[in-house]
Design a protein around this ligand. Structure first.
Ligand code: XIL
Length: 312
């Protein structure tokens, strides 16, 4: 295959990248996005702090740029994300507790209505669990209670019935973790009680050499609940400067991720969280770490690119 998208399409998988509106037009970045990928996720442009920076005042401009770019290149769009404690507009924390549910539902409805018909899968709720499997203490959990996630999905289904709805999180790729088990139990109870959920997104922010050996089994376990599974924010970080041993291990890791998805019929998307080192969130977030994506600091393909392509 001559591109990741073409390789993925041969087995019915979409291969996406998180992109940034303010980088569109930069090259070779934009050329790589257009030629290698057939899906995009806005990295920040659909988050609450951008889309509803003050109550009832919406700003969809940056996200609209990504939507029109994607549509003009026939790319699928993952919407990310509607309800999340982080990158939340500051005003939300000052809303009286009794009004948080209606504020949340209004945000979901307004944003999904704006993008109605254009979004393939939406990350309705992002990162709602702690590592020990308990619910994260945030404004939604504290003011609405456990039911807020089900409420969010019910509202989302009504707003755009044709969009698939995901719960998205990290450190759930190994089924032995308490967090993975808690998310599994939640989805199981949603399916049993008719709460509309279509998908779980596995962020997959990996450390080189540490892709869980049971990743495919975990994807299959979740898929067996009758939902789609997606790899939504893939990267694989290492200490920088990168050693050739780590770059080779990373090539193995990316191939293993491709194989894990291809081994599960309901795994229909692999999205990397960026294109290359300059646009990766890793160096700015994990001190001394980087080179987590398929392209290097000059947007040249790395060993991981070739092995990922070949494994698709
Ligand atoms: C990151 C973005 O890539 C950064 O640009 C931003 O500064 C912080 O957020 N999990 C998620 C993503 O769900 O939204 C995060 O994206 C990375 C971790």
């Amino acid at each position: 295959a001559s591109s990741l998208a073409q390789a993925g399409a041969a087995s019915g998988r979409t291969i996406g990248a998180a992109i940034a509106a303010n980088l569109l037009g930069n090259n070779p970045y934009t050329t790589i996005v257009q030629t290698q990928f057939d899906g995009v996720t806005p990295g920040n442009e659909m988050k609450w702090q951008t889309t509803e920076p003050s109550q009832g005042s919406f700003n969809f401009g940056p996200a609209d740029q990504i939507v029109s770019f994607a549509q003009s290149h026939n790319m699928k769009i993952r919407g990310h994300t509607l309800v999340w404690y982080n990158q939340l507009a500051g005003w939300v924390n000052n809303v009286p507790a009794s009004q948080i549910l209606s504020v949340m539902n209004n945000h979901i409805t307004a944003e999904m209505t704006h993008f109605k018909g254009n979004i393939w899968y939406w990350d309705v709720v992002n990162e709602a669990f702690n590592e020990d499997g308990t619910r994260r203490s945030d404004i939604f959990q504290n003011d609405i209670g456990n039911a807020y996630i089900a409420d969010a999905f019910t509202t989302a289904r009504a707003a755009d019935p044709n969009a698939k709805l995901c719960y998205n999180d990290y450190n759930i790729e190994d089924m032995n973790s308490a967090k993975s088990q808690a998310v599994y139990s939640m989805v199981q109870s949603f399916k049993a009680s008719g709460v509309p959920i279509d998908c779980v997104g596995f962020q997959s922010h990996f450390i080189v050499g540490q892709v869980p050996a049971d990743f495919q089994a975990t994807l299959q376990k979740f898929a067996n609940l009758g939902i789609d599974v997606q790899i939504t924010e893939l990267d694989d970080r290492m200490p920088t400067p990168a050693s050739s041993a780590n770059l080779n291990q990373q090539a193995t890791d990316y191939a293993n991720v491709a194989k894990a998805c291809l081994g599960v019929s309901r795994c229909n998307d692999i999205t990397t969280w960026g294109v290359g080192e300059p646009d990766s969130w890793v160096p700015g977030t994990f001190s001394g770490q980087g080179q987590a994506l398929l392209y290097d600091s000059n947007y040249q393909p790395k060993p991981a690119y070739t092995s990922f392509l070949n494994a698709l």
